[in-house]
Design a protein around this ligand. Structure first.
Ligand SMILES: [Zn+2]
Length: 275
């Protein structure tokens, strides 16, 4: 907030007829888009792109139109004035803290039609991880190849806080060894083997179009015995897909290192997360 107010103080002309709340929300939306915007820059860049891409401008313009009729160059000027503050005040690893029900509603109404999801998922790396693939420059120093050819896939991410939200999952490829990197793993074209990144991911890839937040999967695991007991006690005959349940449990176990409890004979809530 301090960095936003500092910018506003330096550029009062950009306030126009917009209220402080709307201006701050615009700033917040741009913060939420930082990861998307960072892929427009070379991996080594730590500065924001010089301009906003067309889809982002279209999204923000349509949203702003409910408050005023923004001039053609309003967003360009706003970005130039605020981009450094947006960049410096946003930690991509902590971007979830910026999201809210209000932001979700704006994304669903104005961003999703532009192909921009509420919580888009990208590979965690911008360069190829394969040391043998690295190229040597004229001085003999080797450098990893930059990932390119971003490919979007529309998905649903099941979150603990907001329920299912529309997202776009991106994969990118190394043009040297053709390894394709996804948000939670990579696949070498020739070896055809899926390798998950080290560490505990924030999301779990359930199937082609579905992700689950790890925190939500852990919550399911912890709640399972209680839910199973309740279902048995009520003797409800709910429709389930046991294969899907075991798949989620297997993924949760792989990611958390914890042994999940066994599911009940019949229905279980997580079936809803398998699309
Ligand atoms: Zn490579």
């Amino acid at each position: 907030m301090a960095s936003f107010l500092s910018c506003l103080h330096r550029h009062p002309e950009l306030g126009g007829h917009l209220s402080l709340d709307v201006l701050f929300l615009l700033f917040r939306l741009l913060q939420c888009l930082k990861q998307r915007l960072s892929w427009l820059c070379p991996p080594s860049h730590t500065t924001p792109p010089s301009s906003l891409p067309k889809d982002v401008k279209h999204f923000l313009h349509r949203w702003l139109c409910q408050y005023l009729d923004p001039s053609e160059d309003f967003l360009d000027k706003f970005w130039v004035a605020y981009r450094d503050s947006v960049w410096m005040s946003t930690d991509i690893l902590d971007i979830e803290s910026l999201r809210s029900a209000e932001v979700l509603n704006i994304f669903q109404t104005y961003a999703v039609p532009e192909g921009i999801g509420f919580h888009d998922l990208y590979p965690p790396f911008r360069t190829c991880l394969d040391a043998e693939c690295a190229k040597a420059d004229s001085t003999g120093v080797s450098a990893a190849h930059t990932l390119t050819r971003l490919t979007p896939t529309k998905c649903v991410l099941f979150t603990r806080e907001f329920g299912p939200v529309p997202v776009v999952s991106y994969s990118a490829q190394c043009r040297s060894c053709y390894t394709r990197y996804y948000p939670t793993y990579y696949i070498h074209e020739h070896r055809g083997m899926r390798t998950h990144y080290a560490g505990i991911p924030t999301t779990i890839h359930v199937n082609q179009h579905s992700y689950v937040e790890t925190a939500l999967a852990e919550q399911f695991t912890a709640s399972m015995s209680v839910i199973a007991s309740e279902i048995r006690a009520r003797r409800e005959d709910l429709a389930i897909d046991p294969i899907a349940i075991h798949r989620i449990l297997r993924l949760a176990r792989a990611c958390t290192g914890r042994e999940p409890l066994q599911p009940a004979r019949t229905g279980f809530y997580p079936i809803a997360i398998v699309m």
